[in-house]
Ligand binder design. Sequence first.
Ligand code: ADP
Ligand code: G6P
Length: 483
Amino acid sequence: MQKIHIVSNRLPFSIKEDGENITLEASVGGLATGMKSIYKDYGGTWIGWPGIDSDTISNDKMEAIDNLFIEEKCASVHLNSEEIHLFYEGFSNRTIWPLFHYFTQFADFNQEDWETYKAVNQKFADAAIETMDDGDAVWVHDYQLLLVPEMIKSKKPNVTIGFFLHIPFPSYEVFRMLPWRKEIIKGMLGADLIGFHTYDYERHFFSCVRRLFGYEISFNQIHIEERIIIADSFPMGIDYEKFLKSAQEVGMKSITEKSELHKELDKYFLSSPDRKLILSIDRLDYTKGIPNRLKAFARFLEKYPEFRQKVTLIMLAVPSRGQVDHYQQLKKEVDELVGQINGAYGSINYTPIWYFYRSLPFNNLIELYSSCDVALITPVRDGMNLVAKEYVASRINNTGALILSEMAGVAKEMGEALLINPVDDEEMADCIHQALTMPVDEQKSRMSFMKERIQRYDVFKWANEFIKSLKKAESIQTDFLAK
Ligand code: ADP
Ligand code: G6P
């Protein structure tokens, strides 16, 4: 295996246009933030979409964009308005995303979206094939590109292909609803190694393969005529040292070096010694359980009135997939709920929820992680959830409490968090109380166990384990063919 190329829909950077000026800004989302720390180590190119509509830019600008990406060892696959509408907003985010997150009532099944999904997957596969030299391997990522492994394999049978799914793989009863279920599984089976965040997702995948195709499966290996495919779980980690070091630096800053946000946070705590902050950070996505979280926070203020005036929820939501109707409805619902809660419990000098609808620079994220007493992470369904790991890594003195949904993949690794059912307002309200009153010794003990675990299994370890298994998959296949 020489170089390893990465293929994903979203590149680690997206284009930011300011008049005629174009620059790159960091993309948000677990795939981009996680893989950004490692992809350059593999010597290959990261192939993906720059995040803008090619119909709206001139050829000169497109060339300038391509050059910016080449400097970052990335290659752009351009998508036009129709492709964005039918492939990205359509099949990827109106069909697969809701279905795989068990929002079956949100899933559309549209033939035109499917046809475009196939065509755009072919476009990514062709771009990967064009980039590859003999002996290179390719690592394909996520639900937007489920057909790419098979598309590459059919043209380049000798290329070793890894595929990693960053979202849940649902149970057969949900997956079978998809009219193109067999094609999707066939597409994934083009890979030599298929990775999931958790054993449950892997188990669901095996069950679908068995029921839809009847293939023989033993010890993580799927046997198909002349091929052996391995599927396994690899819980994704974060760049632990980067978060820890950045949090240490934030802790050492003098007043003049502090950001405006940091100064505001200091002011908040200085105004009264028993004030506390709760943090919530996500993309604005219906899978993240934001309305339930807000309702539970309101219930907490109702049930424990002694905490009014003393506890503020900082809620950061990054705009995401704004052209998709369910995201627009969610934005409206969240805006209304925040308004209602602030109206009901706020006063001249107390705002219960500080709501930011934007992406923040890395330094500000660290300031928030290190300043907030509690992290409230309550997705209704989440493949992994890296925010939970980032919060833990940033707690330099091990204080703080993590309230975590049992529906997030990360809950499997965070047994010491306060685990909650994300639709149970009453339980969540009580957990907020428990977190805010948790003795410091208990905070430190819980936090240090979680920290040790995410330090050991960081994003580098995750990627190394995946690549090690990919090499093993390659040699198993060679041995099998030699027999
Ligand atoms: P998802 O992949 O579904 O978005 P994750 O929690 O796994 O969820 O990953 C989200 C990533 O996006 C994290 O690395 C987090 O730091 C980053 N992020 C989330 N919110 C913001 C924000 N407001 N500004 C900048 N980065 C953010
Ligand atoms: C999740 C998905 C990623 C996606 C990210 C951001 O993390 O697993 O594939 O890139 O969300 O979503 P977006 O639609 O903006 O790429």
